[in-house]
Design a protein around this ligand. Structure first.
Ligand SMILES: Cc1cc2nc3c(=O)[nH]c(=O)nc-3n(C[C@H](O)[C@H](O)[C@H](O)COP(=O)(O)OP(=O)(O)OC[C@H]3O[C@@H](n4cnc5c(N)ncnc54)[C@H](O)[C@@H]3O)c2cc1C
Length: 256
């Protein structure tokens, strides 16, 4: 037994860190003593949530695919947070019921949709670990970028029309979300910012159902679904806590 669950899909945005510093600190820069500035943004666009995720001050964008034939981006900061870039996932909430072309996959509909987006982006960027990218302002205006800005993504970026490549469940919501984010953080919308796609693994699209008390699978005894992939966590800390809880549940079952 598996269940489809709501998840999120989007892009990773990268600004110059100096720009984010000047917006957040409301000054020319952060000087010698302040840390690289952070942001957290959320908005509703026609009833759908659009939000920043895993913002990485002074960070880099990294490849995170797990199979051949797909691309996925993610972000990270080293402890000094001293790269010249600020990146963040910007994701749109998706309910599995929206994916009319994927219903034949049942509980795996969201997973197949993620896979499809990752493959489309792979095809659009030389079938390598390069990813399709576009300037933020051109994405919002619906036109191809004439040139791209350098990014921290080491494998490289291929100029692409993300507003055509990415699906309609996310494009208009991202476009509207960016405009709202610019109202909240004046200067966020800029042709200095690059969008790289896809940010497709922000949360699991599937859940393996378990008994709320024993944490065992509803049908298979002694199977304990656990962590992010099973749909019970999102991120390091919540996965670790779920792991602890499941370890205790396993011990209890073995000692019963
Ligand atoms: C680049 C990057 C940056 C991230 N940054 C952050 C961050 O800043 N903060 C944050 O909270 N989260 C971050 N995350 C997300 C975080 O890493 C995950 O949410 C978390 O690791 C999920 O924990 P988990 O234990 O559920 O799964 P995992 O950590 O993925 O552990 C699953 C384990 O199962 C093993 N495994 C898989 N298949 C098998 C098999 N068949 N047999 C045996 N073993 C198997 C895998 O090798 C792996 O060790 C980041 C992720 C990435 C990729």
């Amino acid at each position: 037994m598996l269940e489809a669950k709501p998840f999120a899909m989007g892009i990773r945005i990268e600004h110059p860190q100096e720009l984010i510093d000047s917006i957040q600190y409301k000054s020319d820069g952060r000087g010698a003593f302040l840390p690289a500035a952070y942001y957290q943004l959320v908005t509703q666009q026609n009833g759908k949530g659009v939000f920043s995720f895993c913002m990485c001050p002074g960070g880099i964008i990294v490849p995170s695919a797990t199979q051949s034939g797909e691309v996925v981006v993610n972000g990270m900061s080293n402890s000094r947070r001293n790269s010249p870039y600020a990146n963040s996932g910007i994701a749109v909430a998706i309910d599995p019921s929206e994916l009319s072309n994927f219903q034949q996959h049942g509980p795996l509909s969201g997973l197949r949709y993620q896979q499809w987006v990752e493959r489309v982006c792979f095809e659009a960027a030389n079938k390598s670990q390069q990813v399709p990218g576009q300037r933020m302002t051109d994405f919002c205006a619906g036109k191809m970028s004439k040139t791209l800005k350098p990014t921290s993504y080491n494998p490289g970026v291929v100029n692409a029309e993300l507003h055509h490549i990415l699906p309609p469940e996310i494009v208009p919501y991202l476009q509207g979300g960016f405009k709202d984010f610019d109202r909240k953080m004046k200067g966020f919308m800029t042709d200095e910012a690059m969008l790289l796609a896809p940010e497709s693994r922000t949360s699991s699209a599937v859940r393996i159902p378990r008994n709320a008390d024993t944490l065992e699978h509803l049908q298979i005894q002694r199977l304990f679904p656990c962590g992010e992939g099973a749909g019970y966590a999102g991120g390091i800390v919540s996965s670790a806590i779920d792991g602890e809880n499941v370890a205790k549940a396993v011990a209890k079952a073995l000692n019963a």
